[in-house]
Write a protein that binds this ligand. Structure first.
Ligand code: HEC
Ligand code: HEC
Length: 455
């Protein structure tokens, strides 16, 4: 009856018809944006690669969605631990066991894991104790003149990032930390070495490595130190389930640090926004690069999952840090052996963990030995597949390390996908304004203070 009356009123009918057409036109326009052939092809390619058949498998969690963040059941993530770990990670006031008195209270975890450099050092090697200066992204840090090479705190391998580290069950380039995952049934190896003996505590990789790291990086944790700096009330809230005698310890500190680092996701990168359905977040070139990455170039054979990493070890024959400016390391450094340096097994020699691929461009020192300085060089290295380290026998190279026959344009497209689409421009959200000591962060030596504008 109503409709009949409407139809009778021609004016109204025309108006409704117009509105209807307008909605139809608008709808088909938005559909066009969503269903450009490139977006469609990429979505299909990603669906095909995803374990559940849906491209959303590649989405990183939100930092406050604790339930969906991979974590150690022995160290459930809480807001209190994250808040504490966030400060401790940058707290130069914990640097109380330097080799020379002059470096006291001058370094932190953030000295080698610099937020503006994608939580990498911004130079080929990280230097904490015995380093001086910062620059903009860590690039001007150097050895303190009064230190000898073997007195500084610097490892014989390039630091790994803290970004997306929740997706790493066994940490370090050789995966030696963590009681479970790929280290199941490696117990017989743990007591060989002070660091891996920590695996007997039964924690996951991050928690275990951070227990080791506090000591290795010359930091001092006890009630007196934490009282002086003002942290004990935060420990009381975060670790109320620990008896007071065990509350202000290296272990609780490592658990808080791990809770914090497990929330460091690059979930504002264009590729992540695209996966959420915002198809204009990536340029056509980046989309073509992504299609190659997940298709013809086969990068996802190794770089997989939300962090584009893997708990697998592969040999691609790259050079070591002593060849690229590393101090305190040489051809005999055990770190050069990769997984084999931990297991001692012939089959594991020269194989390194498959790292994540987000926010690489602000610390342009790629591979475990910092042997390449542009992402294009890295892509070209995979494309040509000519090993650069003649100490690595051919038997140890991955069968997927073989010429890809990509054109120059295709190499460019993959490079842009890596450098732009996998780049979260807003990592400042993970850095505290201040730490409780009031010291300069992440470094506090006189040159860094100037560089960081702390004076
Ligand atoms: C002197 C530089 C330096 C400092 C300071 C430093 N790190 Fe690291 N970090 C490294 C290096 C180098 C590696 C890689 C080590 C390896 O693979 O053998 C690394 C690796 C890691 C990893 C493993 C990441 C992964 O994907 O496997 C974690 C976790 C970590 N560091 C946490 C910390 C924390 C927490 C602190 C502060 C307590 C800290 N680091 C201080 C240099 C440093
Ligand atoms: C056979 C497995 C494998 C394949 C296939 C593979 N990668 Fe990798 N990728 C690795 C490993 C292992 C490393 C670390 C090697 C090392 O440093 O010793 C790495 C390192 C990298 C790095 C440097 C990361 C850093 O932190 O320094 C980039 C960038 C990268 N890969 C991109 C790609 C791209 C792009 C492709 C496809 C063209 C690709 N990878 C294919 C295993 C692989």
């Amino acid at each position: 009856m109503n409709i009949y009356r409407l139809l009778m009123n021609k004016q109204k009918f025309a108006a409704i018809l117009l509105l209807f057409t307008a909605i139809l036109v608008l709808y088909s326009c938005t559909q066009d944006v969503l269903e450009s052939p490139l977006d469609q092809r990429l979505q299909i390619a990603l669906d095909n690669c995803a374990p559940s058949g849906n491209h959303r498998d590649f989405l990183l969690p939100q930092s406050n969605d604790f339930q969906n963040i991979p974590q150690d059941p022995k160290n459930p993530i809480t807001a209190e631990k994250v808040a504490l770990g966030n400060l401790l990670f940058f707290e130069t006031g914990l640097a109380l066991a330097p080799f020379q008195e002059i470096s006291k209270s001058s370094f932190s975890c953030g000295s080698c894991h610099v937020p503006t450099a994608g939580f990498m050092p911004g130079r080929p090697q990280g230097i904490a104790d015995g380093g001086i200066g910062f620059g903009v992204n860590g690039e001007n840090r150097d050895k303190y003149p009064s230190y000898d090479e073997d007195e500084i705190d610097a490892q014989g391998i390039r630091p790994l990032t803290q970004l997306n580290v929740a997706f790493v069950t066994n940490t370090s380039w050789n995966g030696q930390f963590g009681a479970n995952g790929v280290n199941e049934n490696t117990e017989s190896l743990w007591s060989n070495n002070e660091e891996t003996a920590l695996n007997f505590h039964g924690f996951s990789g991050n928690e275990t490595q951070n227990i080791a790291g506090l000591d290795l990086h010359r930091m001092v944790i006890n009630k007196t130190v934490l009282d002086t700096l003002g942290y004990t009330p935060m420990y009381d809230v975060a670790f109320s389930d620990y008896p007071v005698e065990e509350r202000y310890s290296v272990e609780t500190t490592a658990l808080a640090l791990s809770s914090y680092t497990r929330t460091l996701f690059t979930n504002e990168a264009p590729f992540q926004n695209w996966l959420q359905g915002e198809h204009t977040a990536m340029t056509d070139q980046e989309k073509r690069g992504a299609l190659l990455f997940f298709g013809k170039a086969g990068c996802n054979t190794c770089h997989d999952g939300p962090a584009l990493n893997a708990m697998e070890f592969a040999g691609i024959g790259v050079q070591d840090l002593f060849e690229h400016g590393g101090l305190g390391t040489d051809v005999n450094d055990k770190k050069n052996l990769g997984r084999g340096g931990f297991t001692g097994k012939e089959e594991d020699m020269f194989k390194f963990r498959v790292p994540q691929l987000y926010n690489l461009k602000n610390s342009p020192f790629y591979f475990h030995g910092s042997s390449h300085n542009t992402l294009r060089d890295v892509v070209q290295y995979f494309n040509l597949a000519i090993p650069e380290n003649n100490r690595v026998p051919e038997s140890q190279l991955s069968s997927f390390f073989r010429p890809l026959l990509l054109s120059e344009t295709e190499v460019d497209d993959i490079t842009v996908f890596l450098s732009e689409a996998l780049y979260d421009p807003n990592l400042e959200r993970y850095v505290p304004e201040n730490v409780l000591s009031g010291n300069c962060i992440p470094n506090n030596d006189p040159f860094s203070q100037i560089d960081l504008g702390c004076e």
